[in-house]
Design a binder for this molecule. Sequence first.
Ligand code: NAD
Ligand code: UGA
Length: 339
Amino acid sequence: MKIAIFGVGGFIGSNLVEHLVEEGVHEVVGMDVTNSKLAGIEGANFKYIEGNVGSDVTTAEELTEWADAVVDLIAYANPSIYVEAPLDVVQLNFFENMKILDYCLKYQTRLIQYSTSEVYGKRTRDEEYVEDSSDLVMGPVTKQRWIYAASKQLLERIIHGHGLRGDLDYSVIRPFNFVGPRFDYLVPAGAKGGPRVFSHFVSALITGGPIHLVDGGGQHRCFTHIKDASEAFSTILEHPAAHNQIFNIGNPDTNITMRGLAEMMGGIYTELTGKAPSNEIIEISGEDFYGKGYEDMDRVPPNVDKLRALGWTPKRDLDNIFREAIAFYLEPERHASIV
Ligand code: NAD
Ligand code: UGA
């Protein structure tokens, strides 16, 4: 199959390319404004094109025409960006993604759209999130976090509408906190906002700076190993029953609080380096850490029965997920951004 990946240079994209190069089955061309995370990932079946889907429209369109399947990974994905720049988020995560959808409609190319677990929104019931039956509950407009979820939700609804009309072959993926090598970026000691939680905690362990627990650190997340996530992608790409369907990709067995995560990562760091961490733990409000308009979810529990029914299951546990990701960032050549 010929696969075009938009946003190939990011965390999920670079790991997906590594997986597809290893498989060596499909021909892959990826487009992004940056390829720094693709360093060292090479294969006869992969080609990178530098470009911006917003301005290099001819290239993006030609790539869609060439492909049998388009994978759309383009988005701002960090909560700090939703809080600081909500209009940039809706421009990229909705309007630029709509252009890719339009190319897919024009050339009748299958679309595999990365959405988010955040479309499930605020937690108003004690249950796992199920793709085709759970309600999607958005918070107030004054909490900018929801512009991300609302942009992705509207995109999903439009994609589904085209599926119903019969003019689009699609699969929508809702990722639940993927973690692995090349995740986000390291930050200097004491930094606030910026990347997602793993990057903050690993940066603190490396620099000796404080670990911030936002709003007490009692929030839960279920983390997913990026290799489990890439394998799930292949199932969705190849299984005949995955067409015109929405799938959670997550791991229900890795639920942990952020306080528990900080402790667990500290333990793995000690085992890997022989050094016991002595980071100060600072409790901080969401608004002080991210800015006014931040809101959090206390739990984000995936139900993955739908994807299990197609033969996929998550195989890697919490220790596995974080050991590999921490080891990646312990390599000194990756510390340039924090010194
Ligand atoms: P990422 O930020 O690492 O990757 C996004 C990539 O898109 C970046 O490399 C960026 O340079 C590229 N990009 C942005 N604008 C572009 C443009 N105009 N033209 C070309 N390239 C552009 O994010 P990620 O973690 O890899 O996430 C990928 C997708 O998955 C996003 O849609 C995100 O919302 C979704 N998602 C990810 C997670 C997760 O656990 N990582 C969870 C939920 C949803
Ligand atoms: C993130 C992204 O924003 C979404 O794009 C994505 O859908 C989602 O992950 C996902 O991967 O499914 P979130 O789960 O809130 O959303 O991710 P983080 O920013 O990593 O935050 C996780 C938790 O850690 C939050 O409760 C946050 O307040 C907390 N946190 C973060 C800390 O306690 N300390 C920190 O230093 C950073």
